[in-house]
Design a protein around this ligand. Structure first.
Ligand code: FAD
Length: 467
């Protein structure tokens, strides 16, 4: 059988992992085919993930800040929400980026094949799409097929009032009441959006804290703020059943402090994402896939089959776009014959809630568990002039140091824009910075970034105040 496309590198999936790998491989002179089942590039992140959610979270923040400023003498009145226009704005943001990707692919002469790709042999992928079935023959493959939302079984998924994150981002209406099942990053970000737009939000989380895995200390300011605004936050609670009734979705809960069965206008289920590794017939190329659908890789992003690489959400946690893009560059470079490795010491995590919660490196709990002798430098934002000026003194900056070396090994920040502030610590950890390096670095005044320098000073015992 003759191939419709022959290439040196084929990339399966055009999310942040896939398009980055395709572009890098093309820049290194490789002939590249990029396969994507949807007509637009960008994957989950650009189309139904990072980007549209942040566009809506910004809208939420504008509403909240305007509201909260009433007590300081400027009242704007109730927001008039034009939902179709807000939707249009979100779509325009997404389109600007995905169109940009299309242009960048063209510029680099990356051939895009639209359709669903599946391996049929170690060097061939068959693509079923609008133009029929096409065969792509390749020297190297990079699997970047991403992940999808977990749909809990037993829920009435055929009811349009049941939503996953993709449905929630569509913003088809602002329900009067919304139940969010899952208090992780995605659930809470969407909860923030709908709360600001006027829904009465209730969050249910199976574990004993919101954002499981994050430092509980860090989550506290967010939880306190949300508790005042939401209909309820129920921890250690399970949603046992959801029944579709004409008047709403009736949720039944289990747990020590489970609320009574309650009707909601809509339910958003955000209980995690499952990798798509098991859906591309990777076994036909001899590639090993775990039971859960992850594809194990080495530091060069190689699977057990040396000419097949895998990157992004389907190689493991954390499922984050910035991890996918860095892995992508490594895979593309190795496929092109370079000796690259993925050796990131840390990968930052950010919840773009209000306040944002950002962390990088080890948490205190992890340091304890790993038996590391550690010390903490913590700086409350109540002592920051800038935080006082913007009326957001509830957060703090916390740095974790290795007691033996005084090197920074972890950090957490709870504040508006914490996601931007955490970057400095990622660099500090990568470069092996010690507390004194951070403390002696002059941070601009008055910014919340000063809290990073101050937290290091607190640890060093040289603290002064920064009003
Ligand atoms: P994906 O983005 O999932 O892309 C995979 C692509 O492969 C898709 O386009 C898919 O259509 C395609 N595909 C799959 N199978 C096939 C096939 N057989 N044939 C052809 N094409 C196929 N991460 C962050 O870092 N920051 C955030 O703020 C953030 N916010 C998020 C908000 C939400 C609501 C969600 C759902 C996720 C968010 N994420 C965020 C996670 C982020 O979107 C993912 O980590 C990222 O998209 C993973 O990139 P990827 O390239 O591995 O896969």
């Amino acid at each position: 059988r003759t191939a419709d496309y022959e290439c040196q590198v084929v990339v399966l999936g055009a999310g942040p992992g896939g398009y980055t790998a395709a572009f890098r491989a093309a820049d290194l002179g490789q002939k590249v085919v990029l396969i994507e089942r949807y007509p637009v590039l960008g994957g989950v992140c650009l189309n139904v993930g990072c980007i549209p959610s942040k566009a809506l979270l910004h809208a939420a923040r504008v509403i909240d800040e305007a509201k909260e400023f009433a007590k300081h003498g400027i009242a704007f009145g109730a927001p008039q929400i034009d939902l179709p226009k807000l939707r249009e704005h979100k779509l325009a943001v997404v389109a600007q980026l995905t169109n940009g990707l299309a242009g960048m692919s063209k510029q680099r002469k990356v051939t895009i094949v639209t359709g669903t790709g599946k391996f049929v042999s170690p060097n061939e992928i068959e693509v079923t799409g609008p133009d029929g079935v096409k065969l792509v023959r390749f020297d190297n493959a990079i699997i970047a097929a991403g992940s999808q939302a977990v749909k809990l079984p037993g829920f009435p998924w055929d009811d349009p009032r049941m939503m996953d994150s993709t449905d929630a981002l569509e913003l088809s209406e602002i329900p009067k009441s919304l139940l969010v099942v899952g208090g992780g990053i995605i659930g809470l970000e969407m909860a923030c959006v709908y709360d600001a737009l006027g829904s009465k939000v209730t969050v249910v989380e199976l574990l004993d804290q919101l954002m499981p895995g994050a430092d509980p200390d860090l989550v506290r300011p967010l939880q306190q703020r949300l508790s005042k605004r939401y209909g309820g936050i129920h921890l250690k609670t399970k949603v046992a059943k959801i029944e579709a009734k004409p008047e709403g979705l009736l949720a039944t809960f289990e747990g020590e402090k489970a609320p009574e069965p309650t009707l909601y206008d809509r339910v958003l289920v955000a209980v995690g994402r499952s990798p798509n590794g098991g859906k591309v017939d990777a076994h036909k190329a001899g590639v090993a896939v775990t039971d859960r659908g992850f594809i194990p890789v080495d530091k060069q992003m190689r699977t057990n089959v040396p000419h097949v690489f895998a990157i992004g959400d389907l190689v493991g946690n954390p499922m984050l776009a910035h991890k996918a893009t860095h892995e992508a560059r490594v895979a593309a470079e190795v496929a092109a014959g370079h000796k690259s490795e993925f050796v990131a010491r840390v990968i930052p995590s950010v919840a773009y809630t209000d306040p944002e919660i950002a962390w990088v490196g080890v948490t205190e709990a992890e340091a304890k568990k790993q038996g590391i002798a550690y010390g903490v430098g913590k700086f409350p934002h109540a002592a920051s002039g800038r935080a006082i000026g913007i009326g957001r003194t509830e957060g703090f900056t916390k740095l974790i140091f290795d007691e033996a070396t005084h090197r920074v090994i972890g950090a957490g920040i709870s504040a508006p824009n914490a996601g931007d502030l955490i970057t400095e610590i990622g660099l500090a950890i990568e470069m092996g910075a010690e507390a004194a390096d951070i403390a002696l670095t002059i941070h601009p005044h008055p910014t919340l970034s000063e809290s990073v320098g101050m937290a290091a000073e607190v640890y060093e015992g040289t603290v002064t105040d920064i009003y």
